[in-house]
Design a binder for this molecule. Structure first.
Ligand code: CTP
Ligand code: MN
Ligand code: MN
Length: 495
């Protein structure tokens, strides 16, 4: 027998009875037990119900009849210690498995064959003398960002900052492909639990090309990279970066201005042949404010203002922060909000009404409303880098200062960039996932869905090419489960 109390939470709450009738058991040879520790009660319940709905037998308590113990997280020392103290031995039909086996089985709709990489290694087993597959080392870092947990704790900032300068420099010259290689390399390093100490540690890492490795090596040895220093001092790079920091100015416009010999904002603004569009005009007008980072406190203050307007227009609508702040960032370049409307069609009227209200409150400095072009019949779409078709608006809003005001300017507010999106209710989860980002995380999630699972994911839907069906999702967890991926929390999506 297993010491159940040690494997589940120490202080056990009363067992929650599963609602709904008993699902039909399709796979009689497997009996699952999910270890609650590190997984959490609600996630365990969610996954247990998911498995039952797919015909798996899941036990709430660990007994001798259990054939697969499934555990989240990688460290398995304690689990193995307790299990083996009680004489637990893996046999050909009893396994302690990493949750990847579970998620893959859920995605396949049947128990997938147990492979070496699914085993949770018993750390006490001497690897040299053991022939059991569980003695294999833990799987390496995944080349897909959606299979890595990337928090804001970046232990390799000296390397990632440098790689991102190289990426940015290429982006500003229109070389998106090569730029992405550096972005991916930086992203892999961001996911590491500790700083790289030796060059050899990069050997087993994915997405690190020759070029990225050379930069890392140079920084490890000299403290900086000569190529990066060169870029940072390059007039073209500096000017392009300055120009494209203006709201509404992309790499093309920035390059155009640079090629015409312009180097400063003063020169741009006094050049008669330069015609600024409405967005760029606002960008220059509020540059001082909107080039400063927005703090979490400011984002929360804005949420109250947005919520108040939304509820005034539609009392049953709700507002959530998305984008970088949902991923736990302390500062952002803007604040992103997603609006949820419970009645069909409401999503189309809410944004114009909210904008109207902001105008009447005299807190709107700029607005660009893009009405919905969403059409269910045009799904699934195959162009993934395109923006979504939901109604959205890009705003610059006045945020009143809490205390002291800018006496010199007689100005008691700060201009802040705000994005709002209002998807139809049944599209909400996909839109929330897409707008939470990060861009690289979502890019890899879509690539993974397509290449590894034959499914198409975008901000509107998840489509299964094998069955030609759309897969429903009420929560982000549903989407990860459909893709056979471990759930990654928003704060772990900072890839
Ligand atoms: N996004 C999107 N469709 C849009 C606009 C944005 O799917 N029409 C997504 C972006 O891909 C990103 C997220 O929304 O994943 C937030 O975008 P953005 O505000 O640009 O980036 P943040 O991650 O929030 O970074 P920051 O804190 O600098 O704002
Ligand atoms: Mn943002
Ligand atoms: Mn945004």
């Amino acid at each position: 027998m297993f010491p159940t109390a040690l494997l589940t939470r120490k202080r056990r709450r009363p067992e929650v009875a599963f609602v709904g009738g008993r699902e039909e058991v399709k796979f009689r040879d497997v009996r699952l037990f999910l270890v609650e520790r590190r997984m959490g009660k609600s996630r365990r319940n969610f996954l247990s119900n998911l498995a039952r709905s797919k015909g798996f037998c899941v036990d709430d308590a660990l007994s001798g009849e259990v054939t697969q113990i499934v555990k989240a997280g990688l460290s398995a020392g304690a689990l193995w210690l307790y299990a083996s103290q009680d004489g637990f031995r893996e046999t050909h039909d009893k396994h302690v498995l990493h949750i990847s086996w579970f998620t893959e089985s859920m995605s396949a709709g049947r128990p997938v064959p147990v492979e070496i990489r699914h085993y949770i290694q018993n750390p006490a087993v001497d690897q040299r003398s053991c022939t059991h597959p569980s003695a294999k080392p833990e799987s390496a870092v995944s080349p897909y960002a959606c299979q890595r947990r990337t928090t804001l704790d970046n232990h390799n900032k000296i390397f990632t900052d440098a790689l991102e300068v190289l990426a940015e420099n290429l982006e500003l010259s229109g070389n998106q492909g090569p730029s992405l290689a550096f972005r991916k390399a930086a992203s892999v390093l961001k996911s590491l639990p500790a700083a790289l100490r030796r060059q050899e540690e990069t050997q087993h890492l994915p997405c690190l090309g020759e070029h990225s490795r050379a930069i890392i090596e140079e920084i490890s040895e000299c403290g900086s990279s000569s190529r990066v220093e060169e870029i940072l001092n390059d007039e073209r790079y500096r000017t392009m970066k300055l120009f494209s920091s203006v709201f509404g100015v992309g790499p093309k416009t920035a390059e155009n201005w640079f090629c015409r010999g312009l180097r400063t904002f003063e020169q741009v603004l006094s050049e008669p042949s330069v015609r600024l569009n409405r967005m760029q005009t606002a960008g220059f007008l509020f540059y001082e404010d909107i080039s400063k980072p927005v703090s979490r406190t400011e984002a929360s203050a804005l949420k109250i203002i947005v919520e108040e307007a939304v509820i005034c227009v539609n009392p049953s609508a709700t507002v959530s922060i998305t984008g970088g702040f949902r991923r736990g960032k302390e500062f952002g370049h803007d604040v992103d909000f997603i609006i949820k409307t419970p009645e069909a069609g409401q999503e189309d009227v809410i944004l114009p009404a909210v904008i109207k209200r902001f105008k009447s409150q005299n807190i709107l400095l700029y607005s660009d409303l893009q009405e919905s072009t969403f059409d269910l019949r045009k799904l699934p779409t195959h162009c993934f880098d395109a923006m979504d078709h939901f109604g959205k608006c890009f705003l610059i809003m006045k945020l009143k200062h809490e205390q002291e005001m800018d006496a010199r300017a007689g100005k008691d507010w700060k201009a802040v960039r705000v994005d709002l999106v209002a998807p139809p209710l049944e599209r909400f989860t996909y839109a929330l996932l897409g707008w939470t980002g990060s861009t690289l995380f979502l890019r890899d999630l879509r690539r993974f869905a397509r290449l590894e699972r034959g499914k198409l994911l975008d901000n509107h839907a998840l489509y299964d090419k094998a069955t030609n069906t759309f897969l429903p999702a009420n929560t982000e967890e549903d989407i990860f489960a459909h893709l056979g991926l471990e759930y990654i929390e928003p704060w772990q999506r900072n890839a």
